[in-house]
Design a protein around this ligand. Structure first.
Ligand SMILES: *Cc1c(COP(=O)(O)O)cnc(C)c1O
Length: 449
């Protein structure tokens, strides 16, 4: 059931078809280069694009901008302790700041790092430390239709193979990303998390949870994991699951319900001290960490709201309803849908394009051209040299769009599919220097049909 009404509005416009064509060309067929004003419904990301509540706006005004000892930091500390169960918190400007602080502390040259699936900034940070990021997804993660409850799980079987190969002494860090962003936002079970903890102990590794979407994950756990079917509270599930980790990496831009911010949290005093030192170098003094005090205050409120019953139910229902509308319109999607986005199956949508013609990116461009809708490619363009499925992510900003917006997206996708044979493939024209991040800045051009 819908849990919000609007108190403030923002004007949006659908530019003319001519303008959209030109904008796409000027952007080098890379929608990261579009001006947001030229976008009608923006499903590029759920990161930092949500709407804050009136309570968060109130907290913002009361934010304490003191350099050291800010009251807003105390509020964040209490929220992280009560909602997530961790009492030592190092704030950072956003999630990747937290990754730099934590992985910069834990990863050295030559280390192998295991993760159910590395999110792109995680992969880049591990690589930047000289580490080797290795994904350990379960087989169902890449099966677009497998009807399994926890396709985001960490494969301990796969992790064991890697450890047997490289030696446990070279694997100091094991990460579980909940929900699994790179596997279509699929959830990770608490049982799987418990087993990853035991596995990390066995190989004497630190266990980190990337907790960006911990609240969405907890809601899935309650729906799908038998041990929690008796209706435990979201916050209890979250605390139990997160409690298996030695440390958390958090982007406040996801389940922190803010537009900027992040943190590292741990119970380990020694690790906390090391993270604080690195945070001072890269982020800021440990009671503000690259955020304004007001943003710290808003994130403290946001973390509590993220585990409210009405919020998570509304959130999951919206994403699920969107997926159902797309399926009804005959648009091929990854099922079941995850927590923060619906993923379109670009290979099925545009079967006439081979993967070196970037069918996902072609679909992204077609959605923009047809309806001013912005999604993002997560296939062979974003992840060169991997055999991931050709997916297009339509991420849903939190508490932002209404059913009418999503209906427009569904209608747009249906028209695109009707005219699929007119859509040409793309090739890369100019590439940036960091290959892991090429989809953010590369320019493309259409391959004539
Ligand atoms: C967004 C995200 C990050 C990085 O957070 P930013 O706030 O964007 O820097 C790390 N891990 C996962 C799983 C994410 O979704």
């Amino acid at each position: 059931m819908v849990a919000y009404k609007s108190k403030m509005v923002e004007r949006i416009r659908l530019p003319s078809r001519e303008r959209r064509e030109r904008a796409l060309e000027e952007a080098g067929y890379n929608v990261f280069n579009l001006a947001a004003e030229d976008v009608f419904v923006d499903l590029l990301t759920d990161s930092g694009t949500g709407a804050m509540s009136d309570a968060q706006w109130a907290a913002l005004i009361r934010g304490d901008e003191s350099y050291a000892g800010s009251r807003s930091f105390d509020e964040l500390e209490s929220a992280v302790r009560e909602v997530m169960g961790f009492s030592r918190v190092v704030p950072t400007h956003q999630g990747r700041g937290a990754e730099n602080v934590l992985y910069g502390t834990l990863v050295s040259e030559g280390d192998v790092v295991l993760n159910n699936m590395h999110f792109d900034t995680t992969r880049a940070h591990v690589a930047n430390q000289g580490g080797d990021p290795v994904d350990c997804p379960v087989e169902a993660a890449h099966d677009l239709a497998a009807d399994e409850p926890f396709k985001g799980n960490f494969s301990i079987e796969r992790a064991r193979e890697v450890v047997d190969d490289v030696g446990a002494e070279n694997v100091p860090l094991v990460i579980s990303t909940i929900t699994n962003n790179s596997a279509a936002g699929q959830p990770v079970s608490v049982e799987n998390t418990r087993r990853v903890r035991a596995f990390a102990d066995e190989i004497d590794a630190t266990f980190v949870i990337d907790a960006c979407r911990f609240a969405e994950n907890a809601a899935f756990v309650r729906e799908r994991e038998a041990a929690f079917a008796d209706g435990a509270e979201i916050v209890e599930i979250a605390r139990e699951q997160l409690g298996y980790a030695d440390a958390l990496v958090m982007s406040g831009k996801k389940d922190g319900l803010v537009n900027a911010g992040g943190f590292v949290a741990t119970e380990d005093d020694a690790l906390f001290e090391r993270c604080k030192q690195r945070a001072i170098l890269y982020e800021g003094f440990p009671t503000y960490g690259g955020m304004a005090g007001r943003d710290v205050a808003a994130m403290a409120v946001g973390l509590r709201e993220a585990v409210e019953e009405a919020y998570v139910t509304d959130r999951l229902e919206q994403v699920r309803g969107f997926a159902a509308m797309l399926e009804d319109a005959g648009v091929p999607i990854y099922t079941p849908p995850g927590g923060h986005a619906v993923y379109l199956d670009a290979s099925a949508a545009l079967p006439h394009l081979s993967s070196d013609e970037f069918p996902g990116q072609a679909l992204v461009c077609a959605l923009y051209r047809e309806g001013g809708v912005r999604g993002v490619e997560l296939g062979s363009f974003a992840f060169p040299d991997t055999d991931r499925p050709e997916l297009v992510r339509l991420a849903i900003p939190r508490r932002t769009y209404h059913k009418e917006h999503l209906e427009h997206v569904v209608e747009t996708a249906a028209v695109v599919l009707e005219n699929r044979e007119t859509i040409s493939g793309l090739e890369v024209a100019t590439e940036p220097t960091v290959p892991e991040l090429r989809h953010f800045t590369a320019a493309l051009e259409p391959i004539p049909l």
